[in-house]
Design a protein around this ligand. Structure first.
Ligand SMILES: [Zn+2]
Ligand SMILES: [Zn+2]
Length: 184
């Protein structure tokens, strides 16, 4: 990707209350997007998001810049194959994104979850509107059982798992005690 942007999409916030300088795309979400999407970047060099808020911001930027692959790859692995990539791409393109406001970040919920409440603004025929959402994220260990990665837990993806089965995130706990708490 060779996108050069003065300000990262996740830094543009309609009620701009902060006077701190706005980060350029290359200093903000670009390294995360490239690390996940570009196959020539070796796995070891991948920049990892260190918090749920960071991941949420980079996913918002990926929607604005229409990088559906990033949206898919940052969703819980067990849910990825169930995502409609074309629908994600179409929705990202159609939406006239107008800024992101992180309302609240709860960095630690139980052992491995976190939540981010945010408002993603967009322009419509009725003027400026916002998706106001509470998203849940989960940390998952890699195959070697070491490093952890944050993933988005998509509440719109239905997975057939009973409450007593092992959780879809691979934590080894029962679904109902783990991600099931946050999924409908
Ligand atoms: Zn950003
Ligand atoms: Zn889980």
């Amino acid at each position: 990707m060779s996108i050069s942007l003065q300000s990262c999409p996740c830094q543009i916030n309609p009620p701009l209350t902060s006077t701190s300088s706005v980060l350029a795309y290359q200093d903000c979400c670009q390294p995360y997007h490239e690390g996940v999407v570009d196959s020539h970047v070796s796995h070891a060099d991948t920049v990892r998001v260190d918090s749920a808020e960071r991941l949420m911001r980079s996913r918002y930027s990926a929607f604005v810049l229409v990088i559906p692959e990033y949206i898919v790859k940052t969703t819980l692995p067990a849910q990825q194959s169930l995502l409609d990539v074309q629908a994600i791409e179409a929705w990202a393109k159609e939406t006239k994104w107008a800024g992101l406001e992180v309302v609240k970040h709860t960095p630690k919920l139980g052992k491995r979850h976190a939540q981010v409440e945010f408002k993603a603004s967009f322009n419509s025929a009725d003027g400026l509107q916002a998706h106001h959402e509470l998203s849940t994220f989960v940390t998952v260990k890699d195959k070697a059982g070491n490093e952890k990665r944050w993933y988005f837990l998509d509440p719109t993806v239905s997975i057939s798992v009973t409450q007593k089965q092992p959780c879809i995130c691979g934590s080894g706990e029962k679904f109902k005690r783990c991600c099931g708490v946050y999924l409908p």
